[in-house]
Design a protein around this ligand. Structure first.
Ligand code: FES
Ligand code: FES
Length: 163
């Protein structure tokens, strides 16, 4: 059955926008196609790789399998809501400092998942970090650098408690 078209107001990165789409449209498509927020990436489209991760009400969520209708009234944060090129968020700065990327395609998911983790647990153990990121795939194999980046981000965020 085709789901109905709905017009809703989304709150993304602190800004409200009206969008119209079918109720079960993946949030990822709305973010990228309607709101021009291209931080979240399309990887598997099945909720299995983490490339599309955004933060919804403080929790990391896979936007490729999150329906538009479920996003109404929630606080959504995308990569664009973290820092800027001139003033990166500490998590972004840590990934830069540790050169934790090759192709970079997984980085949105790695960074957003890390942000959500450190917001609720500012001092995670290595095992907790590995567990948290275990569902985020990196085909380039930069896992060691990513782990170092998360540990560095935790240190940076104890200094900079930016929301
Ligand atoms: S694109 Fe969403 S989990 Fe892979
Ligand atoms: S850096 Fe290429 S997929 Fe992770």
């Amino acid at each position: 059955m085709i789901s109905p078209n709905i017009t809703v107001t989304l709150e993304v990165n602190g800004e409200k926008s009206d969008v119209s789409a079918m109720a079960d449209t993946p949030l990822l498509l709305v973010l990228r196609n309607d709101l021009a927020l291209n931080g979240p990436k399309y990887g598997c489209g099945l909720g299995e790789c983490g490339a599309c991760t955004v933060i919804i009400d403080g929790m990391a969520a896979r936007s490729c399998v999150f329906p538009l209708s479920g996003a109404v009234g929630r606080e959504i944060v995308t990569l664009e809501g973290l820092g800027t090129r001139q003033a990166p968020h500490p998590v972004q700065q840590a990934f830069i400092d540790e050169q934790a990327a090759q192709c970079g395609y997984c980085l949105n998911g790695m960074i957003m998942t890390t942000k959500a983790l450190l917001d609720r647990n500012p001092d995670p153990s290595e095992a907790e970090i590995r567990n948290e990121l275990s569902g985020n795939l990196c085909r380039c194999g930069t896992h060691i650098e990513i782990l170092r980046a998360v540990l560095r981000a935790a240190r940076l965020m104890t200094v900079d408690r930016r929301p």
